[in-house]
Design a protein. Structure first.
Length: 429
């Protein structure tokens, strides 16, 4: 590796911060984010995403901008602090809009930021999940226009898709094999060497940026389709009064059976990425039936689960209208505070359409974020009253150790969306 190197990581969220922290153990790194509150939080040693604990973060944090040949992480909102970097790694989110169309605004804006300080010889690497062609056809033109530099002559590009699994303390960024690529064979080698310097699991150098982009977007599309299949099975087996989880356990005894489980598919990866691939497919004249079919089925599961809960309440003689219900969890997955694109919201809204009064308890979700994003009130501490129905929506570790009977009226139902509770359950997906 070239020792005279300095890395800028653009965007310090669930993807950017763990990566910046890891690079900071070996290289000089500047973490850049436009959110001053986020920077202040990180500089105090705290990470509200819960990806990096305080002790680990403080081992690499620097109070001033590191020089070349140094190491450590300096966090800032000042664009001048990244002006002397020669590797720029963009880790901003790639969401969809209300019509499920890819929204590349964060990528455009971050590319504009990098372009303002881009110099000859610099390499810009994108990690955000996109459809094939975005890096070279959408981002590079922005870099060229604002910097005045010529692509693959004055500056270069790479793509290395993020594989962060939020909330997972076992499969951390350094332990997940990294796909890499570059805009020329030589740059591909440089990008690969950069990641290989910190990724203990190793790297895979793809032959082109488009191949690396395509590989990432199909990873989550494949999971989405497989989950849609078992969600459809759950609907069928429920009609046949067969426990889906018992069926999956039996089928799972075969060595090559894939162990997917039914559930609500949200978040900023599996619930979003298939739309990116579908958008590109439609642009080139192909209608992706399986990809969009899986998305439609998974997007309908919140309403389906609500209907199952209501049926159970009716069977137990519970008056549905004005009934009280405790929803345990609102984040998109367990042991993670991220509420982006959580499908628990679909379930809550569907339950409210039946006239059910829903109380949402999640010890990890920030009430102000949930209120701003979904206009739903949440609490961080257990309620001290009882409910007609209790629904385990997210399998936080905190919930699994709770005595759920403390929340239940004498006549009640307990529904397990995640299929993790062992006893006392009236229904599960």
């Amino acid at each position: 590796m070239n020792l005279d190197m300095k890395i800028a990581v653009i965007g310090l969220g669930y993807v950017g911060l763990p990566l910046a922290r890891l690079f900071g153990t070996k290289h000089a790194v500047v973490g850049f984010d436009i959110n001053q509150n986020r920077i202040d939080e990180l500089n105090s040693g705290l990470d509200s995403t819960l990806e990096i604990d305080e002790a680990l973060l403080k081992t690499v944090l620097l109070e001033q901008n590191p020089c070349m040949n140094g190491k450590g992480l300096f966090c800032t909102t000042n664009i001048e602090d990244i002006a002397d970097c020669n590797y720029y790694i963009v880790t901003v989110p790639t969401p969809v809009d209300k019509n499920n169309r890819p929204d590349l605004t964060p990528l455009y804006k971050s590319s504009e930021t990098v372009a303002q300080v881009l110099k000859k010889g610099d390499i810009v690497i994108y990690e955000s999940t996109v459809y094939p062609g975005v890096t070279e056809e959408e981002c590079v033109p922005v870099l060229e226009k604002i910097s005045g530099l010529k692509f693959n002559v004055d500056f270069y590009a790479g793509y290395s898709p993020e594989r962060i699994n939020p909330g997972d303390k076992e499969h951390t960024v350094d332990k997940i094999l990294k796909v890499t690529s570059g805009s020329t064979p030589e740059i591909g080698q440089k990008v690969n060497e950069l990641y290989l310097s910190v990724i203990t699991a190793g790297t895979y150098l793809a032959p082109s940026i488009k191949v690396a982009e395509a590989a990432k977007v199909i990873e989550n599309s494949q999971r989405d389709i497989n989950i849609a299949f078992v969600n459809e099975l759950a609907k069928i087996f429920n009609l046949m009064d067969i426990d889906t989880h018992e069926v999956l356990a039996a089928a799972g005894t075969k060595w090559n059976f894939l162990p997917f489980k039914p559930g609500l598919v949200g978040g900023h990866c599996i619930g979003v990425d298939p739309y990116y691939l579908a958008q590109k497919a439609q642009e080139i004249g192909y209608h992706p039936e399986i990809i969009l079919g899986g998305r439609r089925l998974n997007d309908s599961m919140g309403e389906y689960v609500a209907s199952q809960i209501v049926k159970l309440m009716i069977k137990k003689g519970i008056t549905v209208n004005e009934a009280s219900l405790l929803m345990l969890g609102i984040t998109f997955k367990e042991n993670c505070p991220d509420v982006r694109n959580t499908k628990i919201v679909d379930l809550i809204l569907s339950l409210k359409e039946y006239g059910i009064q829903v109380t949402v308890f999640d010890p990890l979700a920030k009430p102000e974020e949930v209120q701003k994003e979904y206009q739903i009130t949440t609490i961080n501490t257990p309620p001290d009253f009882k409910f007609d129905a209790v629904v385990l929506g997210v399998a936080h570790s905190d919930f699994l150790s709770l005595d759920l009977s403390q929340f239940k009226k004498e006549r009640n139902i307990l529904y397990d969306v995640k299929g993790v509770l062992k006893e006392g359950v009236d229904g599960r997906l």
